[in-house]
Design a protein around this ligand. Structure first.
Ligand SMILES: C[S@@+](CC[C@H](N)C(=O)[O-])C[C@H]1O[C@@H](n2cnc3c(N)ncnc32)[C@H](O)[C@@H]1O
Length: 262
């Protein structure tokens, strides 16, 4: 971690993730053992989501908010030279143990995805699955990802769909079919004082706000996917299966860094 103090939300998220890292060990071990990636809360197959290039030989890749590090492992197995960063020391402890057990060469570092200690334009590919994608301020981490990428490099990320955020009750209860929050001005979701599963500060934006942010940061959008639960009885975390079957629970953005001259 650099000497710079973390912003308040990042310090809270480090504390929150340190405190529950033990609950993520088993899923981390399963995902490290799997050679075929699946994505998001409902395990969408890789051929539907395509979050990673099939062949990453010779690429430099960075995972922003790597948690237990299995996405970094999948990239390393596809041939990339990988840096995984996370703000939680406890999540990184699991990631480092699994890296060593699986014998992969991945550079795992305790840093915030909002301020990465890497020079400009050093990476071909950046990815986040529920890491920076939801836990970092998008107005900070999206420009930071753009800075890290070479011109033409790609950023792919997966997180909650903003509709799921708007349909989350104010006390943190599971998502339902009521619009509980404003779409307009959506940005920060502070879960520290809710009744249900308190802790952490999340971020999300409406679709137009995401689009404007990408453009301003120098990205073009190559694809935007909305993910659903295949089985309406399959409840995951705070999103009931019936809801995710009918409405988009998750989104994937695929962006390309525009060369300076274009
Ligand atoms: C859900 S995990 C993501 C890893 C994995 N793909 C998954 O879905 O389990 C979320 C991770 O984001 C990390 N995180 C939160 N804020 C962060 C920040 N500012 N910089 C880097 N990582 C952060 C947390 O420490 C946590 O390990």
């Amino acid at each position: 971690m650099t000497d710079r103090p973390l912003p308040e939300h990042a310090a809270e998220n480090a504390r929150y993730w340190d405190g529950m890292a033990d609950q993520w060990v088993a899923s981390g071990e399963r995902n490290w053992a799997s050679t075929e990636p699946t994505w998001g809360s409902w395990g969408a197959p890789d051929h539907e989501v395509g979050l990673l290039p099939d062949d990453m030989t010779g690429m430099r890749a960075i995972e922003l908010g790597c948690g237990t590090g299995y996405v970094s492992a999948w990239m390393a197995r596809r041939g990339a030279e990988v840096v995984g960063i996370d703000v939680s020391a406890e999540q990184l402890a699991t990631a480092r143990r699994l890296r060593d057990e699986h014998g992969l060469d991945i550079d795992l570092r305790q840093e915030s995805a909002e301020a990465v200690s890497e020079p400009d334009a050093g990476f071909d590919f950046a990815v986040s699955e529920y890491g920076a994608a939801i836990w970092c301020d998008p107005h900070v981490w999206i420009p930071e990802a753009a800075r890290l990428l070479k011109p033409g490099g790609r950023l792919h990320f997966l997180g909650n769909h903003p509709l799921a955020m708007v349909c989350t009750p104010l006390d943190g209860s599971p998502v339902d079919a009521t619009l509980h929050r404003d779409w307009r001005g959506m940005q920060r979701f502070d879960w520290r004082h809710v009744a249900v599963d308190p802790g952490g500060v999340e971020f999300n934006l409406g679709i137009a706000a995401w689009m404007r942010l990408f453009r301003d940061a120098g990205f073009v959008v190559e694809d935007h996917l909305e993910l659903h639960a295949a089985d309406p009885s399959d409840d995951r975390f705070a999103v009931p299966g019936w809801w995710a079957h009918r409405f988009p629970a998750e989104q994937v953005w695929k962006l390309r860094r525009v060369p300076e001259s274009s």
